[in-house]
Ligand binder design. Sequence first.
Ligand SMILES: Cc1ncc(COP(=O)(O)O)c(C=O)c1O
Length: 465
Amino acid sequence: MSQPMATIAKPASAATDRLVARANQIRETEMRRLLERTPGSARLFERAKKILPFGVVSSFQKMEPYPIYLSHGKGSQVWDQDGHGYRDFHGGFGAMVVGHAHPRIVEAVHEASSRGTHFAVTTEEAVAYGEELCRRFNFEMIRFANSGTEATMDAIRVARAATGRDVICKIEGSYHGHHDAVMFSVVPNADVMGGRDRPAKAPVSKGLVKDAHKYIEVVPFNDAGSLEKLFAQRANEIACIILEPVMMNIGLVLPQPGYLEQVRELCTRYGVVMIYDEVKTGVTIAAGGATERFRVQPDLACLAKAVAGGLPGAAFGGRGDLMRLIERGVSQMGTYNGNPLVAHVGLVTLKEILTPAAYAYLAKLGARLAGGCQKAIDKYNIPAHTVDLGAKGCVSYRPQPMKNYRDFLDTLPEIFGASYPWLLNRGIFMTPGDEEQWTLSIQHTEADVDTYLEVFAEFCRELTA
Ligand SMILES: Cc1ncc(COP(=O)(O)O)c(C=O)c1O
């Protein structure tokens, strides 16, 4: 199992200032170049923004001055509106571990669509798909949904019903979807984040129910002491803690040894339901996600993104006694839940594509990419580190690995700001923000990884030139 790679010492602040100034220069030059290369995206933006807020289909996709729109993808590559090809390390925000237009997925879509894509009646394949997810994640029971948002919303409802308690506890700086209950402390600005031990409940959106904040508590990641203090004070009101076992919306933050075990013990001791949000970790960092990788079993876990081979599928599951509450008054429904198209493609993905050999391959690619980036970081003495979890990995511009959200505030966003157009202009498609990470697919090759490494090494050289 991979661990964070070696780190280097943080440079003196004058050196950091020089680096930031250089990053800003690079960004200016590269953004100018990017805008010159992408008139097709600029035109589509003008059209799209008339009907779509920010000109995009989800606010996570917005970008200044306009997003780079894609037309299609195949294998490890995507093409933009102007016809430029890119090696894709964005991976549809972590969903595309099968790569684009995988021949077996294309075939599976044809197979399912020729038999009818939707009945709103459970099919045998939906049962088989559920059985495979139960096997991978040690669930006793499962239910399907259509997005990560729905999966976390439903799991929280089950937890509230099970405990008769209303308050949910989440980790500072984590994202669990866009329903009201979890729209707090996602990427809070330093001026509103409150004290370290008991972070503020900074809302992420307007339009939330006015007293929604009364039903949330926020704790720092990797800090069982703060959690214990909170449970000691309020456990009789707390239904659940929802956490990503590896924080994945600020780069990658690994659980410290023993942390997940401590959370498990505290939840058991205080009767709080432990919910893993495995929307990003599930079936990416191991066949059974973080549950398998870190060997701590939650009460419930939420799955989405990569579990459905690039189709909009999701699920949550876990302890049978909790899931059976759905038979005793907890509402969980959805017209498209586990529909035949998603169930067939999901099953093919899990049974035929994301096999043990696939995970071994992804581990090899991930180690090559993270190891190569770290080599360049070390060579040019960039204040950064890499994290490698197989299909998922990242470079974060901070010398030491992060332990929690507050550490993320030490990263240098200017370097991310420069790296994004630099990579794009050289044929590497990455996520636009400083909060994401790369996703590798089974269709990526060592040549794809080596191209990334060449471009990244040039970036590091340029940054320190
Ligand atoms: C950890 C995590 N949970 C939940 C969600 C919400 O999933 P969806 O966008 O499918 O609603 C996301 C989306 O990025 C996520 O990263």
